[in-house]
Design a protein around this ligand. Structure first.
Ligand code: ADP
Ligand code: ZN
Ligand code: ZN
Length: 696
C-alpha cells in the first residue's frame, strides 16, 4: 500500500494522506495534485507511508504527481518544517508560501535555455585594496569551516558590501552558491548592478515579491537546479532551494522588513541563521546599527567594563544602580557570545563621518516647524549649489483635519485612527486601511467652514519650503510621490542629476542610496519616537537617524546633520553626536535587561479580531485559561485591546506570553496551539500567533 503524506495549504496543523500506487522515495519533495473536498489542490509530498491512520477505504487517490521539475530537496523540506514548528504554522501553509505562486499552483514557467555559467571575477588589479579591518573580516568569514555567524558592524561607506563581494568571490571560486538578503525591493536593482559588474560571468538570480510570476518561478527553478551562482533578494529569498549553498549574507540585518507581518510571520534573518546552522556554513549579518538581538549575540559573555562615556553621561538612567543588576539579571554589558563581532571602524573612502549637531528648539519660535539653524543651513547649501534633505517620517499634508470651535476631527470610520490630510489631491486618507474621502468644505458636525489641518507632514513641509526658498527646486520623496517603482527610479534619477536642491523625505530615502551632492540632513519631528509605548521605538529611531545621516557627505563634500529636538540631552541624541552606536546599544540593553524585555526574554503574541472587542477579549481569556495548566516557565499576561484597537472595522485584542527560555516558550506554544485549534470561536472571529513579534 503506497501512501503519500501531503502538505496542503489549508489552515489545519496536519498532513493529508492519499493513495499513490506508483509513488516511490524519489517523489518526496514533489508537487502533487489531489482532490480535497469538492476541489482540487496542489501540495507537496513530504513523506511516504505504508499505512495511514485514516481507514484505507476512506483514502482518496492522488490526481497526479508532478514530475516535471526536480523534487524539492530534503534540506528545503527541513527548512519549511522548522518554520512550521517554530512559527506554529501548518506545514502546508509554509511550503505553499515558500514556493513561487506559479509553482504553488502546479504550473511551470516556460524555460529559457541558459548557458552554463563560468565563474570569472573581475581581475584583481581593478579591485580596491582591502583595508586591514576588511581583510580581517573576509578572513574571519572564510577562514573557519562550518557554521559560524558573524556580525559585520560598520557605518554606511565603511566597506561592508566590498567584504560581502570578496567572500562571495571566494565561495564561487570553490563552486559554491551564495545567498544575499536585502531589506527592500527598491534596493535590489542597485545592488544587482554592483554584483553583476563584479561577477560578469556568474549567474545571478533575483527573488522578490515585485517580480512577474514567470520570472520568479524561473529563478526558483534555476536555483533548484544549481544553475544560479548568486541569489539576491528580499526576505522570501531565504526559501530559495540552493543545493550548493556555502554562504549567506543578510545586509541591513536590523531592518524590520525582514519580519513578515502577516500569514507566515517569520523573520528571514532568524530563519537564515537557522539555515546556515543546518547546512553548517557561515552567515554574515551586516549593519551600521545592528538589531539589539544580534548585537547581544555578538557581545562576549562577560564584556569588559563599559568605559565611562563623555561628560559622565551614563547613557542609561538605571546604570550604576548595582542592586538592580544582580546576577539573576545577567551581567551588564555581557552578551551570549554566540556570534563573532567584526568591526569596520572607518569609512572606506577618505572623508570623515558627517558632523551631527543637536538643535535645541525649546526656546525657539519655529517657522513652520523649522529652526533658524536649519533654515540657515538650507540657504547655505542653496548658495553653494549643494543638496539638502529634510527628513520627516510622516507623509501627507497634516496628520488630521480639525474644527476648532466644535472639536470635530477627521476620523477613519473603520479604524481607531485619524484621517490624514492629503492636500495635493484634496483627499482625506486612512494610512492604516486605505479608506479615503474628499476634504469636506465645512465641518460635518457644526457647519463651520474654517477647518484647519493640524500638525505637519511631508507635503506641508514641501509647500512651506517652496514658499520660503522660491529659487530652490524642492522634491518630495515618500510613498505617495514614489508610489510605483518607475516613479521612484525617476525621483532617484532627478536627485542624481542634481536637478533638485531640497529633498523632503521619509525613511524611504534613508536606505542604501548614494547622493554625492547631499551635504545637509535636517531631522524634524523625531522626538515622538523617544517616548513611544513600543519599547523598540528608540532602537528604530536611532537606526533611522544614523541611516539618514549616512546619506550625507559620502563623496568629496563633508556632511552635516541637524537634529531638531526638545530633549537635547537625551542619551540617544548624544550617542548620535558621537556616532557611538555601541554606547547606545549597551544603554538600551541595560534597560531591556532590567525590564526583562527581549533579547533577555522571548515573546509570542496571540492576536484576535472580531466584530466586537468583547468577542476578541472573551476568546483571548479562554485562550489564557487553556494556557494556564501548560505554562511551565512561561509568563501569561492579561488579554488587552490592541493599541490600535479598531482596524478595517474589526476590533482587535492581544495576549502576550513570555519566557526567559526559548525552548520553554516553544514547548509551551506547541501544546497551546492544540488547545487553541479546539477552542470554540464566535462567527467572524479570527486569530493568529506571532512568534518573536516586532510590533506591539
Ligand atoms: P558599505 O556597504 O559599508 O556602505 P561599501 O562597500 O559600499 O560600504 O563601500 C563604500 C565605498 O567605498 C564604495 O564605493 C566602495 O567601492 C569603496 N570601497 C570599499 N572598500 C574600499 C577599499 N578598501 N578601498 C577603496 N575603496 C573602497
Ligand atoms: Zn482606516
Ligand atoms: Zn465643527
Amino acid at each position: 500500500m503506497n501512501i503519500v503524506r501531503v502538505a496542503l495549504d489549508v489552515p489545519l496543523p496536519r498532513l493529508f494522506d492519499y493513495l499513490a500506487p506508483d509513488s516511490d522515495e524519489s517523489d518526496i519533495g514533489r508537487r502533487v495534485t489531489v482532490p480535497f473536498g469538492t476541489t482540487a489542490r496542489t501540495g507537496v509530498i513530504v513523506e511516504l507511508a505504508a499505512a495511514s491512520e485514516q481507514p484505507d477505504n476512506k483514502l482518496k487517490a492522488v490526481t497526479a504527481i508532478l514530475r516535471d521539475m526536480p523534487a524539492l530537496p530534503a534540506e528545503w523540506l527541513a527548512l519549511c518544517e522548522f518554520c512550521a514548528r517554530y512559527y506554529q504554522t501548518p506545514l502546508g501553509e509554509v511550503t505553499s508560501f515558500a514556493l513561487p505562486p506559479m509553482l504553488r499552483r502546479g504550473k511551470l514557467p516556460r524555460i529559457k535555455k541558459s548557458a552554463a555559467a563560468v565563474h570569472a571575477a573581475v581581475s584583481a588589479p581593478d579591485l580596491p585594496r582591502l583595508m586591514a579591518a576588511q581583510q580581517a573580516a573576509v578572513e574571519a568569514i572564510l577562514g573557519t569551516a562550518g557554521f559560524h555567524a558573524l556580525l559585520l558592524h560598520g557605518v554606511t561607506g565603511s566597506g561592508k558590501t566590498e567584504v560581502y563581494l570578496r567572500a562571495i568571490d571566494a565561495v564561487l571560486a570553490r563552486g559554491g552558491q551564495a545567498l544575499m538578503l536585502v531589506p527592500e525591493i527598491a534596493l535590489t536593482p542597485q545592488l544587482e548592478g554592483r554584483v553583476a559588474a563584479r561577477f560578469p560571468a556568474a549567474h545571478i538570480v533575483c527573488a522578490n515579491s515585485g517580480m512577474a510570476d514567470a520570472a520568479r518561478a524561473r529563478g526558483f527553478l534555476e536555483a533548484l537546479a544549481g544553475r544560479a551562482d548568486i541569489v539576491l533578494g528580499t526576505r522570501l529569498a531565504v526559501f530559495m532551494p540552493l543545493p550548493r549553498l556555502q554562504l549567506i549574507i543578510v545586509d541591513e540585518e536590523h531592518d524590520a522588513s525582514f519580519k513578515q507581518q502577516e500569514g507566515l510571520r517569520y523573520s528571514a534573518r532568524d530563519v537564515a541563521v537557522w539555515r546556515a546552522h543546518q547546512l553548517d556554513i557561515p552567515i554574515v549579518l551586516g549593519s551600521a546599527t545592528p538589531s539589539l538581538e544580534t548585537f547581544h549575540h555578538a557581545s562576549p559573555k562577560s564584556a569588559p567594563p563599559v568605559p565611562p562615556s563623555r561628560g559622565g553621561d551614563s547613557g542609561s538612567p538605571l546604570r550604576g544602580s548595582g542592586s538592580l543588576t544582580g546576577p539573576a539579571l545577567g551581567r551588564p554589558g555581557g552578551g551570549t557570545g554566540r556570534y563573532q563581532m567584526l568591526e569596520l571602524p572607518e569609512r572606506a573612502v577618505a572623508e570623515a563621518l558627517p558632523v551631527v549637531r543637536i538643535v535645541d528648539t525649546r526656546r525657539e519660535k519655529l517657522q513652520e516647524g523649522l529652526s533658524a539653524a536649519l533654515l540657515k543651513g538650507l540657504q547655505l547649501r542653496l548658495d553653494r549649489g549643494e543638496q539638502s534633505l529634510v527628513f520627516l517620517n510622516r507623509r501627507g499634508y497634516a496628520p488630521v483635519l480639525a474644527c476648532p470651535p466644535c472639536g470635530w476631527i477627521s476620523r477613519c470610520q473603520r479604524c481607531a485612527a485619524n484621517l490624514v490630510v492629503h492636500l495635493a489631491d484634496q483627499r482625506l486618507r486612512c494610512h492604516h486601511c486605505g479608506f479615503e474621502t474628499g476634504i469636506p468644505c465645512a465641518c460635518p458636525d457644526c457647519g463651520n467652514v474654517d477647518l484647519l489641518p493640524f500638525g505637519r507632514g511631508t507635503q506641508r513641509l514641501e509647500t512651506m519650503l517652496a514658499e520660503r526658498f522660491p529659487e530652490a527646486r524642492v522634491l518630495r520623496i515618500d510613498r505617495d510621490s514614489a508610489s510605483t517603482p518607475k516613479k521612484w527610479q525617476t525621483l532617484l534619477a532627478t536627485i542624481h542629476a542634481g536637478e533638485a536642491d531640497i529633498l523632503v523625505g521619509t525613511q524611504m530615502l534613508a536606505k542604501g542610496h548614494d547622493f554625492p551632492l547631499l551635504t545637509l540632513v535636517g531631522a524634524v519631528g523625531a522626538d515622538a519616537a523617544l517616548f513611544a509605548a513600543d519599547f523598540r521605538a528608540p532602537e528604530r529611531l536611532f537606526a533611522q537617524l544614523m541611516q539618514v545621516g549616512g546619506r550625507s557627505g559620502r563623496a568629496e563634500l563633508p556632511g552635516e546633520v541637524l537634529i531638531q529636538t526638545e530633549y537635547p540631552d537625551h542619551p540617544l541624541y548624544q550617542a548620535l553626536v558621537d556616532h557611538d552606536y555601541v554606547r547606545f546599544a549597551r544603554s538600551q540593553l541595560d534597560e531591556r535587561r532590567i525590564a526583562g524585555f527581549p533579547p533577555f526574554s522571548f515573546q509570542a503574541m496571540l492576536r484576535a479580531e472580531a466584530r466586537s472587542i468583547e468577542q476578541s477579549l472573551v476568546f483571548l481569556s479562554a485562550a489564557r485559561g487553556a494556557a494556564e495548566a501548560l505554562a511551565d516557565g512561561v509568563t501569561l499576561y492579561d488579554p488587552i485591546p490592541m493599541r490600535m484597537q479598531r482596524l478595517m472595522t474589526l476590533e482587535r485584542g492581544q495576549l502576550l506570553v513570555e519566557s526567559v527560555s526559548r525552548p520553554a516558550l516553544q514547548a509551551f506554544l506547541a501544546k497551546w496551539m492544540d488547545k487553541l485549534y479546539a477552542l470554540k470561536m464566535p462567527g467572524g472571529l479570527r486569530w493568529h500567533l506571532d512568534v518573536d513579534p516586532l510590533e506591539f
